[in-house]
Design a binder for this molecule. Structure first.
Ligand SMILES: [Zn+2]
Length: 482
């Protein structure tokens, strides 16, 4: 059985021998029994540190906590991007954002070239289905590749932007459970469930309002309302609710949206595991990116940077035979596809930039010491266990055409909580990052979305008019808030 190589590890020989023993004992082995059902859950805009199991003081996530209590929790998981479409493309391809054709665009490019996670499951005989809730994940993104069922019927509108369609957790979860109930039990399934709810505007269903209550942030003073959706030093226009300017109000509603999504995570996991019982089910839960709650003066927004408020996401895995544990080592979205395929006894995707975490999940290996990349439009960063080096420049904006612009570099110490300490610029990390930026290329040349789709998005107000497309700061004009 071919597996992802643990590159450069001194532990490799030991890992291999222990891992072979674990696999031979594991009923999910590809050669020995039926393949396990696989459920991938991605929750939009979910900061790891708002999950109780990750140390959040409030009770925002009883169902996710229950998963953590019986699964493997990765303390330091880094999103591949702080934008929805690029992050999900990295999850599906095991390639960093600059290595797949969606790049750092969010809604304008298609996933093209290379094999995807769903295609690999499909070719191994799995029934594949996805249930998504965010407009940039609709099938025109190319993220539907490999899914026999791709349910992207979005019938709800955002509160402040009627043309921004989405779907609430109750509806998306119901679709997923209906589909599961309709499938023959002798066929393994790969299901991707995407829940949108913690994404702003923070409008939890009535029965969840007040269950978390206003939640104090470091910023105590009322914030100004902004006319734009950028979120710098104020409340982005699309987030504004009922003329309220207190930051703790918005934080509390975010927590209640999370509590709501968490409820439906519990429902779907229980339904999935009941169906999967005879052959065993694998559940992996993560988020596409986080959300700023005042860090460096940014509020209720994502997509503008690569800092830990946006890059640190939850990553939890429940797999048959794996006992509960917490893993300290740094991991990435690009590890998700190799891990799920490995756990299902399938070969990794070619051109993978990630590693299988299966040996770590089964306690057969320690985590690796690694450098991990993350991106957004206009910025890239490299993370190690306790520091990050970020490089921002207008030249990193996807379609920048202006004059050369010197990049800004910053090295920060990061850990459980901010504010992050400024360190002297890490020269070695900067060079590594520059090499990543300069050398990364998608497997095939980027395939732009068809002009009629771009026009459609523009007509909906989702993309700026052509003449407003920024040359210097994409966050001014790009669809930063999905
Ligand atoms: Zn998102």
């Amino acid at each position: 059985m071919k597996r992802v190589d643990w590159r450069g590890s001194l532990w490799r020989p030991l890992i291999r021998s222990v891992w072979v023993i674990v696999l031979s004992l594991n009923a999910c082995s590809a050669d020995k029994g039926p393949r396990p059902d696989v459920l991938l859950i991605t929750i939009d805009t979910l900061r790891a540190d708002w999950i109780h199991a990750y140390g959040f003081e409030g009770e925002t996530t009883p169902q996710i906590d229950a998963l953590a209590a019986r699964g493997v929790l990765f303390e330091k998981a880094i999103a591949a991007a702080s934008l929805t479409a690029p992050a999900h493309a990295s999850i599906m391809t095991s390639r960093y954002a600059r290595e797949h054709s969606i790049g750092t665009f969010n809604g304008e490019t298609r996933l093209f070239g290379g094999e995807t996670l769903a295609e690999r499951f499909r070719s191994a005989g799995y029934e594949t289905a996805a249930f998504v809730s965010n407009i940039v994940l609709r099938r025109r993104s190319g993220l539907d590749r490999g899914f026999q069922t791709y349910d992207d019927e979005l019938e709800d509108s955002e509160v402040n932007r009627a043309a921004y369609f989405e779907r609430v957790a109750a509806k998306t979860a119901a679709r997923a459970m209906d589909w599961l109930a309709s499938r023959p039990r002798n066929q393994p399934v790969f299901v991707w469930l995407h829940l949108q709810d913690p994404h702003g505007p923070y409008t939890p269903p009535e029965e969840f309002e007040g269950q978390v209550g206003d939640w104090p942030l470091r910023m105590k003073r009322p914030l100004p309302f902004l006319k734009n959706n950028i979120g710098r030093a104020g409340i982005p226009a699309y987030q504004a609710l009922n003329d309220v300017r207190q930051p703790e109000f918005y934080a509390g509603r975010y927590g209640e949206e999370l509590l709501y999504a968490d409820y439906w995570v519990g429902e779907v996991v229980e339904f999935f595991e009941t169906r999967a019982a005879p052959r065993g089910g694998i559940v992996l839960l993560t988020a596409d990116h986080g959300e700023s709650m005042g860090e460096l003066g940014w509020f209720f927004q994502h997509g503008h940077a690569t800092t830990p408020d946006l890059a640190r996401v939850p990553l939890l895995v429940v797999a048959p035979g794996a006992s509960s544990s917490r893993v300290e080592s740094l991991v990435s979205h690009v590890d998700i596809a190799p891990t799920l395929l490995d756990l299902a006894g399938l070969n990794p995707l070619p051109h993978s930039s990630g590693l299988s975490l299966a040996p770590v999940i089964f306690g057969a290996a320690p985590g690796e010491s690694r450098s991990i990349f993350t991106d957004t439009d206009g910025e890239a960063a490299v993370y190690t266990a306790n520091r990050l080096t970020r490089l921002s420049s207008p030249q990193l904006v996807g379609n920048y055409s202006g004059p050369p612009h010197p990049p800004e570099v910053q090295t920060l110490e990061w850990g459980e909580e901010g504010p992050w300490k400024n360190l002297e610029n890490d020269v070695e990390a900067t060079e590594l990052l520059m090499r990543y930026i300069q050398n990364s290329a998608p497997l095939t040349s980027a395939e732009a979305m068809r002009p009629e789709h771009i026009e459609q998005l523009r007509a909906l107000g989702y993309l700026p008019p052509e003449d407003e497309r920024g040359e210097t700061d994409s966050s001014q004009s790009a669809p930063s808030s999905r």
